[in-house]
Design a protein around this ligand. Structure first.
Ligand SMILES: [Zn+2]
Length: 73
């Protein structure tokens, strides 16, 4: 929680919620750019097609089932 000024008053705001929303918007913009490039649905690590079941649940996924939970970075 962080205290911010709002309309002349002080308010407690959970900035982690705003950070999550901001990251979500960045993920969506990135996926839209992948669609433009024609590489949507391909793993950014190995280039393999991402399982449809993963994309159905998380359309912003950029890793296949193998690389999704591995720390390759
Ligand atoms: Zn992969």
């Amino acid at each position: 929680m962080e205290r911010i000024a709002y309309r002349g008053k002080s308010a407690e705001v959970d900035l982690t919620a705003i950070d999550r929303i901001e990251k979500g918007l960045k993920d969506i913009a990135h996926v839209l750019s992948l669609m433009d490039e024609g590489s949507f649905g391909l793993c950014k690590v190995c280039g393999a097609p991402i399982d449809l079941s993963i994309l159905e649940q998380a359309p912003t996924s950029t890793e296949c089932s193998i690389h999704r939970f591995t720390r390759w970075r």
